[in-house]
Write a protein that binds this ligand. Structure first.
Ligand SMILES: C[S@@+](CC[C@H](N)C(=O)[O-])C[C@H]1O[C@@H](n2cnc3c(N)ncnc32)[C@H](O)[C@@H]1O
Length: 280
């Protein structure tokens, strides 16, 4: 059973549970660690934005750096953007990208998860995450298998099936990018889906990728459009009313608004007002 003191932001957790049917998850007690050019470092108290609307004052956060690039952190934005995918973890879970092992830690704490197979390409990340997240002391850490390899490589299926004991994955979570909702994320994930044939799958920032797709297609973020998006991308995204509502809220908080058809953009309206022409 996970230590309840490891559950961050209890008020946001409760609000998410009530609105979407899933909430936050326990996070390991991190410590600083460095291996090669990768390091996990602690940062002190500060206000941070969520993935959902609103900000909180965080007592501290840890960040994974590779050289000067920040790859991952325990900030509220990361917690909320991992939350749905943690909630999907059941049976055999495959994770592309170990990072700080935050997702792997949350997944193994779930009683409905039997095994978590993580594919990570950087040997130093495996060492730094093991030390920083205290992986050797996790309750139910025996469920984790880490394989070193390229999640986009031709040997992915062999690597993973060996570690799952030949079982088809129940959920694939792909998070191998430093950028949130990276443009290549849907295609990269679809490639992993083709290799592994998981029953369901998702990627980091999927909600924003879907939100942009809705904007481009002039569609609302609803279960039916999410289904159409899943078909178009080739990723078996689990669809529910609660998740569609989550996607809507994330998009409203984080995507720039597009003017309605025939309406001038915000800048043009401002320019027209400054010129004294008004915009009506
Ligand atoms: C943002 S981190 C993942 C964070 C993770 N979700 C967590 O909860 O801590 C991305 C990770 O993907 C790894 N990575 C990048 N490209 C990869 C690839 N092609 N195959 C496997 N791992 C990859 C990076 O080394 C890094 O550890």
């Amino acid at each position: 059973m996970a230590d309840p003191s490891l559950l961050p932001h209890p008020a946001r957790h409760q609000a998410m549970l009530a609105r979407y049917g899933f909430g936050l998850f326990p996070v390991p007690r991190y410590q600083d660690a460095a291996v090669g050019s990768w390091r996990v470092a602690r940062y002190g108290r500060g206000p941070v934005e969520g993935y959902l609307p609103g900000a909180v004052l965080e007592p501290e956060r840890h960040v994974l750096h590779h050289g000067r690039t920040a790859w991952m952190s325990t900030s509220l934005m990361e917690l909320e953007s991992h939350a749905f995918h943690v909630h999907q973890a059941v049976g055999v879970v495959v994770v592309a990208g170990l990072g700080m092992a935050m997702y792997a830690h949350a997944a193994v704490q779930r009683p409905e998860v039997l095994r978590v197979v993580v594919v990570e390409q950087a040997k130093e990340v495996i060492a730094v995450a093991r030390a920083a997240a205290g992986m050797d002391r996790w309750p139910r850490g025996d469920k984790v298998r880490i394989v070193q390899g390229d999640a986009l490589g031709s040997r992915l299926a062999d690597l993973v099936l060996d570690a799952t004991g030949g079982r088809r994955p129940d959920y694939l979570y792909a998070d191998i990018w430093a950028e949130l909702a990276a443009p290549q994320a849907p295609d990269d994930t679809a490639r992993m889906v083709l290799a592994l044939q998981p029953k369901a799958a998702g990627w980091w920032g999927q909600e924003l990728s879907f939100g942009r797709w809705c904007q481009e297609h002039g569609q609302p973020a609803e279960p039916a459009t999410l289904q159409a998006y899943a078909q178009e991308t080739g990723v078996p995204i689990p669809v529910s009313a609660g998740y569609a509502a989550f996607c809507r809220d994330v998009a409203a908080a984080r995507l720039p608004r597009r003017p309605a058809a025939g309406q001038p953009s915000g800048w043009r309206r401002l320019w027209a007002r400054l010129r004294g022409a008004g915009s009506g």
